[in-house]
Design a protein around this ligand. Structure first.
Ligand SMILES: Nc1ncnc2c1ncn2[C@@H]1O[C@H](COP(=O)(O)OP(=O)(O)OP(=O)(O)O)[C@@H](O)[C@H]1O
Length: 594
């Protein structure tokens, strides 16, 4: 449990911010509650003495003697009533404080859970993009949707532990003051029980990790069923997918059963051991000749101590049972082993001359056996010109876009923006100069207007103008809800070509310094594409455009063509010089201009 305490406390501290002193309030309230409870129980001593007719029971010293003095000046009847009223008052006050503490801990728990989810979201938003190229979406989904809730429960358990530990300390102190010999026996017994409990709890870690790992796999299968619904039906794989899903779900069930069965052993075992300990204490005290009121108060105190001790032990085993979840949350929140976000603080305000790739070499992170994608690529993208990047499938065209947008960084070579290395430029400012329309970029689950104005505050008129330029206005206008039409998850309620038009309008509405179209019109009909080419021509001289396409018509307006072959730049040539060639001839072109 101790290894997870820093994470729980870090999250708690983060959640509470300047209100971290609330934790001290939890401890103080817990201590006060226990003092009130202990005092109320201590008052049983004079009460029982009166009832048993023992005016001055023998063998009393220390705290028990002090309790025995309460109401000493009164007659028995008045004293009994006064003590009973005092006990009731203490119980009432104790429960008021306990209620206050419950409200406080619930509030802190809510804040801590929120802070943890917010930290996870922040981590996902700020982490270097290559992280998403390597990690399984199923694992990430499972951490956010499942494990973070269990980690929240662990935080709540930590809070409850503070309260129970405070109560345990105070009640043990009362016991000690009543009879140090009996308390010593109790403490020894509790230590032995706790040692056994810790031993058994340690065996929960591996089953907990198994549950987490099977949950990761199950989440990946769920994502697959959601995303691949069309593919599965098209290839008639429903039964096979069902069998795969069932087996994954059953693995979670089995792992959960092993974990829960082991956890279920602990409460009955500790109850039996605690009961044995208490009975041994009572019998021992009687044999020792301790007076009845003290034994009674001691037993009541022990009885009240027991739930706190058991709660502490259960918290211990519960946190062991959540260790897999806590490890996963801690892993995701730990930035030290994750790709860093791009750095750089030099300001950039548009492009003055060109972006130059100089000897850029790159391969995707992952295993060492991954092939080199770009090899010493050298070419120029000039301001105000339109540059086509062409090459066979897998040649490395989209990788160039990823490097330009700083989703990934070169392994060797440099990208220069007007002579300044791109890795020195403020990435946020740089990305503001770029708008990307790509076949992979999704629509958000919102209205068409929200999609077009995503990340850029624009009026409805501006959005409409952009939609007109992207050949989207006509179809949007015909929809019953027009620009307020909800496109659904990943734009599922509009066609592929319509999605591309909305995505293009989203890029155009920003009137970006550099517009990148990566297969951005490949699902559109010829007429729409031709109209868009006209739009792009109108940007010539003023703005820079980069076009990636396998269609000759799409790159027909470009000034320059960069031809890639197996990650090498084979050629960079004016479009006019190769205007008569087909795409296949282009891909095979040797250095015309050299
Ligand atoms: N996330 C990734 N992890 C590992 N390898 C990748 C990743 N993305 C792309 N690659 C590899 O990098 C190479 C270049 O991919 P890229 O997407 O840049 O090609 P492309 O020229 O855009 O292809 P296409 O015309 O088919 O879109 C390919 O061999 C591909 O397998």
């Amino acid at each position: 449990m101790l290894e997870f305490a820093p994470l729980s406390f870090r999250l708690l501290r983060q959640a509470l911010g300047r209100q971290v002193s609330l934790l001290a309030a939890v401890v103080i309230l817990g201590l006060c509650t226990a003092v009130l409870e202990g005092t109320g129980i201590g008052l049983i001593i004079p009460m029982l003495s009166i009832i048993a007719g023992e005016g001055e029971p023998s063998g009393m010293a220390g705290l028990s003697a002090a309790f025995q003095q309460v109401g000493a000046g009164l007659d028995d009847r008045a004293r009994l009533i006064a003590i009973a009223a005092a006990i009731l008052g203490l119980i009432t006050l104790k429960n008021l404080l306990a209620f206050g503490n419950a409200v406080l801990t619930n509030m802190i728990y809510g804040k801590a859970g929120h802070a943890m989810r917010s930290s996870l979201a922040n981590q996902l938003l700020t982490i270097g993009f290559p992280f998403f190229l390597q990690e399984s979406p199923g694992r990430l989904l499972n951490i956010i949707s499942n494990e973070s809730w269990r980690a929240s429960d662990a935080i709540q358990t930590t809070l409850v532990t503070i309260v129970n530990a405070s109560a345990t300390v105070i009640l043990l102190a009362f016991l000690l003051l009543l009879s140090w010999q009996m308390t010593l026996g109790v403490a020894l017994g509790l230590v032995l029980i706790q040692a056994l409990h810790a031993l058994l709890s340690a065996s929960l870690k591996d089953p907990s990790r198994n549950v987490t790992s099977f949950n990761n796999e199950l989440a990946a299968k769920m994502l697959h069923l959601v995303h691949a619904g069309r593919l599965i039906r098209a290839f008639g794989q429903e039964q096979r997918e069902k069998a795969i899903f069932d087996s994954s779900s059953d693995a979670v069930r089995k792992a959960g059963f092993v974990l829960q069965s082991r956890q279920a052993v602990l409460p009955p075992l500790t109850e039996v051991l605690h009961s044995g300990l208490f009975l041994a204490v009572v019998v021992g005290a009687w044999l020792w000749g301790v007076s009845f009121p003290i034994i009674a108060a001691f037993v009541v105190l022990l009885y009240r101590l027991q739930p706190h001790v058991r709660a502490l032990q259960m918290a211990w085993s519960a946190v062991q049972g959540w260790s897999g979840s806590l490890e996963e949350v801690r892993w995701l929140l730990d930035s030290s082993d994750k790709p860093k976000p791009p750095e750089g603080d030099r300001p950039v305000h548009g492009l003055r001359q060109h972006v130059k790739f100089e000897g850029v070499t790159f391969k995707y992170p992952g295993s060492a056996s991954r092939p080199v994608v770009l090899r010493a690529a050298t070419f120029d993208i000039r301001k105000g010109r339109s540059t086509a990047i062409v090459g066979r499938s897998g040649a490395g065209k989209t990788t160039i876009v990823n490097l330009l947008c700083r989703f990934v960084e070169p392994d060797a070579g440099t990208i220069l923006v007007d002579g300044i290395p791109l890795d020195q430029i403020d990435p946020i400012q740089w990305r503001k100069q770029i708008a990307l329309a790509s076949q992979d970029l999704e629509l958000i689950d919102g209205t068409i207007l929200e999609n077009i104005t995503y990340g850029h505050s624009a009026s409805l008129d501006e959005a409409m103008n952009a939609a007109k330029l992207a050949e989207a206005h006509e179809f949007i206008d015909k929809l019953p809800d027009g620009y307020e039409t909800v496109v659904g998850y990943r734009g599922s309620t509009v066609s592929a070509g319509q999605r591309q038009r909305i995505a293009l309008a989203r890029a155009l509405v920003r009137d970006p310094e550099i517009l990148i179209l990566d297969e951005a019109t490949n699902a559109m009909d010829g007429l729409s594409e031709a109209a868009i080419v006209e739009t792009l021509k109108s940007r010539a001289g003023r703005r820079t455009t980069i076009v990636i396409s396998h269609h000759r018509s799409t790159i027909s307006f470009c000034d320059e063509v960069v031809i890639l072959h197996n990650g090498r730049v084979k050629n960079q040539t004016p479009f006019a010089e190769i205007a008569t060639l087909s795409m296949d001839q282009l891909y095979e072109l040797d250095r015309l201009s050299s």
